[in-house]
Design a protein around this ligand. Structure first.
Ligand code: ADP
Length: 169
């Protein structure tokens, strides 16, 4: 049974991520979406919230399992018995970092291969960071993220606004 891991922050999950999830799950028997629990990145959403949103948007994909992880990716791959790491490539700017990561991971664990899927053209501009920026300024993010995520983003932004308003001026 071929298991693949698609790791990332997914803060929040976008249509670009979903496109990679859909396409890569066709290549494996089981796709584990690994949600990185890394507070150093100060994510907008907690790992539990990111896992919940991913579960909701992939609930009709039987091959997909959403699992939080921290620490070394190859260690997580070993624990879950996955032989393949899947990453998405948007532009040349992604390439250098991704190549370095793939080579490092291959050195750490020669039995695990990294496979790259190129982004669907309609999503090549899309990143979680951009989505957060647009939402922070009240822009429409419905072209970028699933409905569930829009609601969660609005809740976050409202909460942030009320906290900001509480700060003494
Ligand atoms: P990270 O914090 O590791 O960059 P992300 O959650 O931003 O994680 O992305 C996870 C993976 O999904 C990465 O391989 C990234 O290149 C890919 N990805 C992100 N956005 C898109 C997109 N719009 N199209 C294709 N792949 C994407």
């Amino acid at each position: 049974m071929l298991k693949g891991i698609y790791p990332g922050s997914f803060d929040p999950v976008t249509f670009g991520h979903l496109d990679i999830i859909r396409r890569s799950s066709a290549l494996v028997d089981e796709l584990i979406v690994g949600v990185l629990n890394n507070n150093a990145k100060s994510p907008l959403f907690s790992v539990e919230e990111r896992v919940r949103m991913l579960k909701e948007v992939t609930k009709n994909m039987p091959k997909v399992r959403i699992v939080p992880f921290e620490g070394l990716l190859v260690e997580f791959a070993r624990e879950t018995g996955a032989g393949m790491i899947i990453r998405g490539l948007r532009a040349i700017t992604d390439f250098e970092y991704e190549l370095q990561m793939a080579q490092t991971n291959h050195k750490l664990e020669a039995g695990i291969e990294t496979v790259f899927l190129t982004t669907g053209l309609e999503y090549s501009y899309l990143s979680s960071t951009t989505v957060k920026e647009v939402a922070a300024f009240g822009g429409d993010i419905s072209q970028f993220v699933p409905k569930t995520v829009i609601g969660k983003m609005q809740e976050k932004m409202n909460k942030k606004e009320s906290v900001d308003n509480e700060q003494p001026h």
